[in-house]
Write a protein that binds this ligand. Structure first.
Ligand code: PAF
Length: 280
């Protein structure tokens, strides 16, 4: 069966309804393209839960702030389509911005708790954009299962909450972070790293490793663990956006860090904003 590339939301909906009428399960992997091994692992995971996998490729303008990298976000449609086909996707949904947002669009989805801190505090409006586009993609692809990466830990938590609170009839699966051999979490934005930035970016996974080692010895004041992480990040000349240790469910900062909590980091490596996290 050859892969379909569809640019119209209505056409994907029609396709999805026909699949469901035949009793087939649909898995959705929402992406912004410039695919890497992390995305391919999400497609593989979706394949385990569904008969047909839809990959959406859409750089969603609504989740970018005015001074962020929407315009220069890396894009390579031809390569993405090749990778999706090899990975076994049934459909790639590849809409234009105009096919996703009417010029006078006035309905948006906001999550009002889990998305307030961390990236939500640093990128105002980001999760409103994410929730809105993901809700639209759910209504377009009609999946029974949707797969997201743990690399965006807060995003996954916000989407799970949206699915629960708005009664979307689907299961959210969160797949583990895929890392380069040296520990750098895979991200489409890694392509921005130039010169020594690539090696300095290892500070994120090393800081998380330090936190995990500390916690392995027993619970510890979160402030002390954050201090250790900051030290590692600063040694790698990374500009800290946030370093936090939170409860895995509520995303509230904890005062005593222990196993099961989540350490999250956002930094600027040069001009590139990188995030990473680890369940301790
Ligand atoms: O994680 C991403 O790539 C995006 O935030 C998503 C989920 C595709 C929504 O645009």
């Amino acid at each position: 069966m050859s892969m379909l590339v569809i640019t119209s939301a209505e056409e994907v909906q029609k396709w999805a309804m026909a699949q469901r009428a035949q009793g087939l399960r649909i898995g959705l992997v929402p992406t912004m393209g410039y695919l890497h091994a992390g995305h391919l692992s999400l497609i593989a995971e979706a394949g385990k839960h569904a008969d047909r996998v839809v990959v959406s490729i859409f750089v969603n303008p609504v989740q970018f702030g005015p001074n962020e990298d929407f315009e220069k976000y890396p894009r390579n449609e031809a390569r993405d389509l090749e990778l999706c086909e090899k990975a076994g996707a049934a459909v790639v949904f590849l809409p234009q911005v105009s096919a996703m947002y009417a010029p006078d669009a006035s309905v948006f989805v906001t999550e009002e708790r889990l998305g307030n801190g961390l990236c939500g505090a640093k990128r105002p409006g980001h999760f409103r954009g994410v929730c809105t586009v993901v809700a639209k993609l759910f209504n377009i692809a009609l999946p029974q299962v949707a797969v997201f990466g743990q690399k965006d830990y807060q995003q996954a938590a916000v989407i799970r909450r949206m699915v629960r609170d708005l009664n979307f009839p689907l299961e959210v699966v969160v797949a583990p972070i895929v890392r380069e051999a040296d520990g750098l979490a895979m991200s489409s934005r890694n392509v921005y790293l130039v010169g020594d930035e690539r090696s300095r970016a290892l500070g994120l996974s090393r800081a998380l490793q330090t936190a995990a080692q500390t916690i392995a010895a027993g619970p510890c004041a979160a402030g002390a663990v954050r201090g250790q992480m900051r030290e590692v990040l600063e040694k790698h000349a990374l500009k800290i956006d946030y370093v936090e240790i939170v409860d895995a469910e509520t995303l509230e900062p904890v005062s005593e860090a222990r196993q099961g909590h989540v350490a999250l980091i956002a930094v600027y490596c040069g001009r590139t904003r990188l995030i990473d996290n680890r369940v301790l």
